[in-house]
Ligand binder design. Structure first.
Ligand SMILES: Cc1ncc(COP(=O)(O)O)c(C=O)c1O
Length: 437
């Protein structure tokens, strides 16, 4: 009998993995709270919430029960021509927590499809209204919106998609005014970005369909932060110029940045919002693209071509809806936003320690996210720095996965003070001994 590792190697192609050089994956057998447990019984603290999905913690009793209860009633049913209570309950709850202009929920299964749907809705909205030439999308440089073709097309400068660049559609890109704590040039960068947007509008307003942004935090592009004021101004300009505003909150939704959504934090009302990852508390693949009644109403017609002809087999899977609904309830029952505020306070205190070292730069901290770049003394060392650090942290029981030279934490909200302190400790020791690693 082959070992599980060997079977994995023989059969499975892992995501974002160069199988020629990567070591064999770590086998995880179970998880609880903020911890993963390997088949050898070792604990790994999940400090990036398993690709930013786990919110209340792994294997939460109430979430487990919600899935079990639902599985006993209805596992799945197609969602065209049918509906079911878990989807209706979830949509009702979502509409309650989202900005009040967002009224219609379209379900799909992952972050990329949430974005794909948003793009298709935006393009068809203008077409349905008779503005066929309003078909150009705008995005921020360095953004990442997913791995499907539409999502890749609006992800310019993220560096992930060079192999496909000839097959993606063209968009307009504006500079991202990346900022950090103690950044003296923020206002200047924001002015440049906004004037770029204004110029684009001056030249091409008739063609601009929508702008898609990751509000406040570009995730996969390197945990890059921009200011609330910038997001607000950008949103206002889009609104004033008939450009649909799409917030991709796939990564930052459900409390990551301290409030339920980044749009709450920036007091913006996007026309369309994309949600996934934390939607089901990290349990099941699911996404939602939520839009205004105004947009939805422009798809109502006797003419079939005005219909949104889009759908996925597992749209609104009842198990996923049930766990997502329970997760939203837990935000109230467990006062989750208070837990996030506490994590933020811990991050702020640790930031003070970090700022006193000479080992880091570009310190960013928003809600439950803490990020900074490494100041490495050896220039040539940087090339595989992130990989080296990843394995160094893993070998000590911490799932921290740097992006380039950015180290970041985005823990599950159930993480304890003790677990955070252990994490800060290992980070401090690691970065202050960097040149010798
Ligand atoms: C902002 C954002 N949008 C979209 C996606 C794509 O989500 P998925 O990986 O579920 O397709 C991601 C994934 O990291 C993301 O961070």
């Amino acid at each position: 009998m082959k070992s599980l590792h060997q079977q994995d190697k023989d059969l499975i192609w892992h995501p974002y993995t160069q199988h020629l050089v990567e070591p064999e994956p770590i086998l995880i057998e179970r998880a609880k709270g903020a911890s993963l447990f390997t088949s050898e019984g070792n604990e790994v603290l999940d400090l990036i919430s398993s690709w930013w999905t786990t919110t209340h913690g792994h294997s939460h009793e109430k979430l487990n029960q919600a899935i079990i209860n639902q599985a006993e009633k209805l596992d799945h049913v197609m969602f065209a021509g049918f509906s079911h209570p878990p989807a209706i309950k979830l949509a009702t709850e979502l509409i309650t927590v989202l900005p009040k202009n967002l009224k219609k929920v379209f379900f799909s299964d992952n972050g990329s499809t949430a974005v794909e749907v948003a793009i298709k809705i935006a393009l068809q909205y203008w077409k349905n209204r008779g503005y066929s030439t309003k078909n150009k999308l705008v995005a921020l440089d360095g953004g990442y919106h997913g791995d499907t073709v539409g999502a890749m097309s609006v992800s310019k400068g993220s560096g992930f998609f060079n192999s496909y660049k000839d097959y993606l559609f063209s968009i307009e890109v504006i500079p991202f005014p990346e900022t950090w704590i103690q950044d003296d040039e923020r206002l200047e960068k924001e002015a440049i970005s906004l004037s770029y947007f204004m110029k684009l509008i001056e030249e091409k307003k008739q063609n601009l369909c929508a702008i898609i942004i990751e509000p406040l935090l570009q995730g996969a592009g390197g945990m890059r932060v921009c200011s609330i004021e910038y997001v607000r101004k950008l949103s206002q300009i889009a609104k004033e110029n008939d450009i649909l505003l799409i917030f991709d909150e796939v990564a930052v939704g459900f409390g990551r940045l301290g409030e339920m959504f980044a749009c709450n934090k920036s007091a913006c009302e996007p026309d369309i919002i994309c949600l996934s990852k934390g939607l089901t508390a990290g349990y099941l693949p699911m996404a939602a693209t939520v839009c205004t009644d105004e947009i939805y109403n422009n798809f109502l017609s006797q003419k079939i071509h005005k219909t949104l002809l889009h759908g996925h087999t597992f749209t609104a899977n009842p198990l996923a809806c049930a766990v997502a609904h329970k997760s939203l309830k837990l935000f109230q029952e467990e006062q989750t936003l208070k837990k996030i505020a506490h994590i933020e306070k811990k991050h702020v205190d640790f930031s003070q320690v970090l700022l006193k070292t000479n080992s880091i730069f570009k310190l960013r901290q928003v809600g439950s996210v803490l990020a900074f770049d490494i100041q490495s003394k050896k220039n040539n060392y940087k090339n595989n720095l992130s990989e080296k650090l990843r394995f160094l942290f893993l070998s000590q029981g911490f799932n921290i996965r740097p992006i380039g030279s950015s180290i970041y934490l985005m823990p599950p909200y159930c993480i304890s003070d003790k677990e955070l302190d252990r994490t800060y400790d290992v980070i401090f020791k690691t970065i202050t001994s960097l040149p010798t690693i």
